[in-house]
Each structure stands twice: as structure tokens, then as C-alpha cells.
Design a protein. Structure first.
Length: 382
């Protein structure tokens, strides 16, 4: 499979780069040595060497990242730790939103970018201009929180049967258009499996599943994640699905019980966050893309080490203009270089299951069906 061969290339960090950026560096070092031997170590020689080294840059990579989560953002860490300079390129970070990453990538205004699953359906459009570059992390950030007075046990102790009986008639606040919406749809699917009378709700595109009895309807307040805290001040809102600092703040105020997460109820349908790339740019700049991947995977390994988490947060606070308490490094599983090699090393590797989960989570949404959606082979960078 071409996709797997390319993934092996992109993930072969040390080996691959020895033929790319490191080759350039070695050439520059040899010129430095020759100059030093011929002219001793006079200042003019040092100035010439510095200018010559500067010209070795492979170029600039424009990368879109999301606001407020820099401590667990591999691209941010790669920049802060100087991995872009290590591999001979300049990394330009653009702080924006998932929808803006998508629109900028497809408008040829950005080279690579970080995406949650909310925008991932665009990969599968027939005229998509972006490819999936790599899995970033297995998110466990989206959580379903319910008011404590409702009596949920929390900590994953509720069964799907409990949700089937107790969620109908309640009102849940979440953003149906981003990752909480994907999480909610997956949870509803898991709850309804094998049941003759499913619970249902009004999606942005109509009822999901098909409308059933009013006794089995869950009411949805469709609101952006940033507005969830304000929404929960209304006592008629029974629960919410949220992520990031909003989720952490609600968990810490003591009025809510965390009753569902990907780890507890949706283990077979994990939809990881990813890095996407402008397909045309990738084809024109293979060495520059390889250098970016080398830096990114180094950052993956740094981030995966819990001993580095405090430093990750410390580097991010000023950049994000947040406080230490605003970060939650436990919100995902952060893969290492070795993980990625294992996940994509064989045709039945779990990495391909994760990618299929992304595809399946968008099946039936935005007019996408199995017949008109691209396959994983189509969208995973060849």
C-alpha cells in the first residue's frame, strides 16, 4: 500500500533526515573546516561561515495551531525547543481555529495545520485539497458532565443502559459542529445499539437518529465550547459536553459529575486529532515536509514524557496568556515515534483503525456516504 510506504518514510526520522537536512549540515561543516585550516580563525572567516550556514535553510513552513492548548501542541513545542532550526527550516506558527486551518489550507495560504475531528470530514470530499499527514494524539478531552443533584455516580461507572433510561427528557449543551458533536453522536450510537426504540435528538441537519417518540428525545442546546460555562448558569440545562479549560473549570467547581468520556464508553470509536497538509504543497516540497515531520516527531517524543509536562506548560503560559491551572496534560494519549511505527507498521495496525474511525464518524454527515466519500488510501498522504 503506497500510503503505508510513505508513512514509513515520514516516520523514519533519523534515517530519512540523514539524507536531507543532515546532509546539508555536513556539507557546511566541511566548508568551515577547510576555511579554518587555510586562513586560521580570523573574524572574516567566521562571518562568512555564519552567512553560509544561514543559506542552508530548506525554507519556511506555515503551520496553523489552535488557541489556548499550546502545552500539548507538538508544533508549538517543536518551535519552542528549536527543532525547526535543528532540521534546517523555519517554522511559522499561526494561532487560529480548526475551521480557519481548513479554509487556509485549501486556499493555499497555509502549508500544514492541526485539526480535531470536527473538521476532518473535509478530507473525504471528492474535491478536497488537503491530505492527512499524521495522527497527533488520541483525545480523551471531550467529557459529558451532568449536574450533581441528578445523582450520577460518575467516573465511568454508568452503563449505557443507565444513559438510555435517564438521558431522554434532559437538556444537554454542546457544540454539534465540532468535536463534542462527534463525541455525542458516537455516544448516542453506542447507547442505541440493538435497541428497537432509540433515543434521538435534533442535529444541525435534522433528527439523529430518525425521530422517535417524544419520550426518548434528548434536548440539545447547540452552543460553542467557549460559551458552555455561561450556558450552565441556567439551571434548566442538565449537562454539557465540553473540552479544554472550560471542561476543567466546570469539573473543579464541584457542581458537576463527569459521567462519560472516550476512555470509558467509546473505546472502539476513538477519533484522534491529526495534522493535515496542503496536498499540492506536499508534492512540491518533499524535503521541507520531511524536515517538518522530523521536528514534529521529536516534539511528540518530548511531549509523551510526563517528566517534561511541567516544562511544556511553562513554555505555553506566556504564549497562551493563561495560568498553570488552565492546562490539563491528561486530556489525551500522546503517541511516541515508536507508537506510530507500531500503529502503521502492518496492514492491520491499529493506526488504520483510528483513521477509519474518523471516516466512519462522518458517514451520513454533510452529504457524505460510503459511495461518494474518499477512502483512507485517498486521503492519507502517499
Amino acid at each position: 500500500m503506497k500510503g503505508k510506504k510513505m508513512m514509513a518514510l515520514l516516520l523514519g526520522v533519523s534515517v530519512c533526515f540523514s539524507m536531507l537536512g543532515c546532509g546539508n549540515s555536513t556539507s557546511a561543516e566541511s566548508k568551515v573546516t577547510e576555511s579554518a585550516e587555510a586562513v586560521s580563525s580570523q573574524p572574516p572567516v567566521q562571518e562568512t561561515v555564519a552567512k553560509e550556514t544561514e543559506t542552508q535553510s530548506l525554507g519556511k513552513v506555515s503551520c496553523g495551531i489552535h488557541q489556548g492548548g499550546s502545552a500539548n501542541c507538538a508544533a508549538f513545542l517543536a518551535k519552542q525547543l528549536g527543532y525547526d532550526q535543528k532540521y534546517g527550516f523555519d517554522l511559522e506558527l499561526v494561532v487560529t481555529t480548526g475551521p480557519n486551518v481548513y479554509s487556509s489550507i485549501t486556499a493555499d495560504e497555509m502549508d500544514v495545520g492541526f485539526l480535531g475531528n470536527g473538521m476532518a470530514w473535509h478530507y473525504f470530499e471528492q474535491d478536497s485539497k488537503m491530505s492527512l499527514l499524521t495522527i497527533d494524539n488520541l483525545t480523551d478531552d471531550d467529557k459529558l458532565l451532568m449536574r450533581k443533584e441528578l445523582g450520577y455516580a460518575g467516573d465511568g461507572k454508568e452503563s449505557l443502559d443507565t444513559f438510555y433510561e435517564r438521558l431522554p427528557g434532559t437538556t444537554i449543551a454542546l457544540d454539534l459542529t465540532t468535536t463534542p458533536g462527534v463525541f455525542w453522536k458516537s455516544l448516542v450510537s453506542a447507547i442505541n445499539e440493538g435497541r428497537e426504540e432509540p433515543i434521538w435528538y435534533e442535529d444541525v441537519e435534522g433528527a439523529y437518529p430518525e425521530k422517535g417518540s417524544n419520550e426518548k428525545k434528548v434536548n440539545i442546546l447547540n452552543t460553542a465550547n467557549a460559551n458552555i460555562t455561561a450556558a450552565m448558569e441556567d439551571p434548566s440545562i442538565d449537562g454539557c459536553i465540553c473540552f479544554g479549560s472550560v471542561k476543567k473549570g466546570l469539573q473543579e467547581n464541584g457542581n458537576y459529575t463527569t459521567v462519560s468520556s472516550t476512555r470509558w464508553h467509546l473505546g472502539d470509536t476513538i477519533t484522534p486529532s491529526q495534522y493535515c497538509v496542503n496536498t499540492a504543497w506536499a508534492e512540491k516540497n518533499p524535503e521541507l515536509l520531511q524536515a517538518f515531520m522530523n521536528a514534529l516527531i521529536d516534539a511528540f517524543d518530548y511531549r509523551a514524557d510526563e517528566g517534561n509536562w511541567d516544562e511544556c506548560i511553562n513554555m505555553a503560559m506566556k504564549f497562551d496568556q493563561l495560568e498553570y491551572k488552565d492546562y490539563d496534560m491528561t486530556a489525551g494519549y500522546y503517541p511516541t515515534h515508536e507508537d506510530l511505527k507500531n500503529w502503521f507498521g502492518t496492514e492491520d495496525g491499529i493506526g488504520y483503525t483510528y483513521l477509519e474511525n474518523i471516516r466512519n464518524s462522518h458517514m451520513g454527515s454533510n452529504g457524505l456516504t460510503d459511495e461518494n466519500m474518499k477512502s483512507i488510501d485517498d486521503i492519507f498522504l502517499k
